[in-house]
Design a protein around this ligand. Structure first.
Ligand code: FES
Length: 147
């Protein structure tokens, strides 16, 4: 049911942990299942030089969190923002349809952490973030409705 890559990233997740003095932090909860992902970014000259995560969630959430950190390290902030839950799932050779929603956590946590970085550095532009709550309401579906 799960690809070898999913099993690999679930059993041996990359970049687990926290970054001391991160440049951006994002925390996203999935209101439907209660799973939570926290993403820490270190950003230098607009490049993501390090990313670490903590995920309290299912195996698919952990595997997508792990893969998403590998995908964004070395990328510019804008390149990282173009990563979607689908591209994370594709990099893992797919997820079962019933688990695709789990990959939303990774996409949303990356966006949330980058928005935190932009907010702290006065770089937020119109259209960034959820205007209603600044993505602090813990409901990713709410944000999907807003966007
Ligand atoms: Fe909650 Fe997978 S079941 S993220």
């Amino acid at each position: 049911m799960y690809s070898e890559k999913v099993m690999d990233h679930f059993s041996n997740p990359r970049n687990v942990g926290e970054i001391v003095n991160p440049d951006g932090v994002g925390e996203i909860g999935n209101a439907k299942c209660g799973d939570i992902m926290k993403m820490y970014l270190k950003i230098e000259n607009n490049i993501i030089v390090d990313a670490k995560f903590k995920t309290f969630g299912c195996g698919a959430a952990i595997a997508t969190s792990s893969m998403s950190t590998e995908l964004i390290i070395g990328k510019t902030v804008d390149e990282a923002l173009s990563i979607t839950n689908k591209s994370v799932a594709e990099a893992l050779d797919g997820l079962p349809p019933a688990k695709m929603h789990c990959s939303n956590l990774a996409e949303e946590a990356i966006r949330s952490a980058i928005e935190d970085y932009k907010r702290k550095n006065g770089l937020l532009e119109d259209g960034d973030g959820c205007i209603a709550c600044g993505r602090r309401c813990d409901d990713i579906h709410h944000h999907e409705d807003e966007d």
